[in-house]
Design a protein around this ligand. Sequence first.
Ligand code: 13P
Length: 246
Amino acid sequence: MRRILVAGNWKMNASSADTKALLNGLLDAGNLSCDVAVFPPFPYLTQAVSELNGSAIRVGAQNCSDQRSGAFTGEVSTEMLADCGAELVIIGHSERRALYGETDEVVLSKTRLAIDAGLVAVVCVGETLEERKAGREETVVAAQLTLLLSELTDADWKNVVVAYEPVWAIGTGETASPEQAQAIHAYIRTLLAERSANIAEETRILYGGSVKSANAADLFSQTDIDGGLVGGASLDAAEFIGICRA
Ligand code: 13P
């Protein structure tokens, strides 16, 4: 049985004061019946780990290097993230693919390094509006998953979460309908099943793109939607708790 995971991607937002306030707000909510993770910017990771110490809320990073260590100025390795107490890392977010040229090869390298460091890799896939209009959404997500499906071992897959984030729904207020989202999640699960029935059964597939407390229950009740990767709404404690409660 896959447990719902609600993951808050703060993107390049928040200060240390905001981090404290937001996390205290989440802690005040008490026990939430799903898995919860927050993804603050790098400088606040250790702060988040210490604020959340003893709670069930996990901390993750929004990105990592595709290199193990060495002369890569400005990069942060997966070993460093694990050393800071992070337990997850988002890889291949559409903003990184579009703005920083991350390819499927880079996504694979980062995913391997994340798993080697003991992190859970939250790997993002999703089509642009143009691709959806052309009816190419399945082709696009299949291509984004091809290398991961061929190169990662069955054991690796135990530490992978897939996040389907249609680019046209990110930060736009426009959400895929529960039926639209379910259809592509089911398709992604079919791709996983072609690789292994166990991987298909066990891997969580999150939906991302304008998830709010008002639409979360409808999305999360779909058979193949195992939670959400939340951007904007994760910066508001009450809203994020509302999503977790959904
Ligand atoms: P929004 O929830 O702000 O649309 O962002 C989604 C997202 O990109 C999460 O990674």
